[in-house]
Design a protein around this ligand. Sequence first.
Ligand SMILES: *Cc1c(COP(=O)(O)O)cnc(C)c1O
Length: 455
Amino acid sequence: MNEDEALTPLFARIGETGTARYTRMPDGELLAETAYRIVRDETMLDGNARLNLATFVGTWMDEHADRLYHDSFDKNMIDKDEYPATAAIEEYCWRILADLWSVPDPSDVIGTSTIGSSEACMLGGLALKRRWRAARVAAGKPADKPNLIMSSAVQVCWEKFCNYFDVEMRLIPTTDEHPIMDGTGLEDVVDENTIGVVVLMGVTYTGAYEPVAEIGRILDGIQERTGLDIPIHVDGASGAMIAPFLQPELEWDFRVPRVQSINTSGHKYGLVYPGVGWVVWRNTAALPEELVFKVSYLGGEMPTLALNFSRPGAQVLLQYYRFVRLGRIGFTAIQLASQRVAQFLSKGVSELAPYELLTDGSDIPVFAWRIKPGYTDKWDLHHLSERLRIRGWLVPAYPLSGEQTDQTVMRIVCRNGLSRDLAEDLLRDIRTETAYLDELEQPMPEAGIKTTFHH
Ligand SMILES: *Cc1c(COP(=O)(O)O)cnc(C)c1O
């Protein structure tokens, strides 16, 4: 061995010639370059993020964003007093979102960044729960059995919210007649213990919008008949950054009076790398004050509300970069391009004999399809998923929710960075692999195929 270990060629060094699977901290040190290689190389077995069509989360930003990220990865979002400029930018961002979502009075609004929509949903749900409890206590009624209404197709964060914060989860099952929560049956499940209704702008399973305004009208009717005044939280993890640009006429946001709060994932169609979400309340009255803490800021105080304490500030700066770099015109151009790719792909898939579409990408740029019932018993979409994976594409197959769990669907999320060019290659590969499966004379083996995808 060389005296000067730095001279030893890579892959022949101490730490590389033995195992590098450390589950205990090693005793000694390694050269930084060697350690870097070990970690970097192990992750080569991960899928390629740009070909990951399962995720909604940003996998591409431009070089200036990368530079800004590099410049700011040492900023802790919670250090508002130490990094007042970053704290101010966080506020600009949620104010921009409040405006995009048609908040009635910009001088009376509150919001915050979070680590993602999951945390944002927890905060939205907590505000609903506290408001309900305050009203119940004021009326001298019991406040120990809160429930929250939502579709069976909600993202797992709502299951967590209900579990962690002791709220009964009342699911409206999706069915073939009602593949989204459209308000049917709402009257049968709400009661005086209902803290709110969660409406999805962008159902994770299929990309479809639930009709917020219609559900608002149904709840108005319920209030007229029963006196129950039930608020809405819109889970706009994906759609709240699409609808303002692609469906500006659609009334889903604070234009619907019952909507008290909206969350989105900055790292989904907000076009930022993983690690940022947002929640905004209609007005300060919608957020019970006891949930807000004060931290010192420029000698004064600043409100904060969050489940986390420390978290990266860089993603907030990246969000602001996206807002000022793109503006409304740029955001519209990007979301439209993603939608066109989604519609190009969904049309191509719908033209293949075995398939029928559940959605075509005209709500959010996401579409889902299934094999026509009774078409074949030789293969299913899990096999197609596996065949596409051989070619590098990560496209999930999974069961639907509610009363549709016997149906397997496949979904593609079209994001900024999935170019038309790549989409043409993907469609070619879907065609080729479908033809391969369709020509089989024997059924594909079941063994080894299991559902591993999680929403
Ligand atoms: C992705 C998603 C979430 C969770 O968002 P994260 O930012 O990943 O925490 C919640 N709700 C819906 C509808 C989603 O699509």
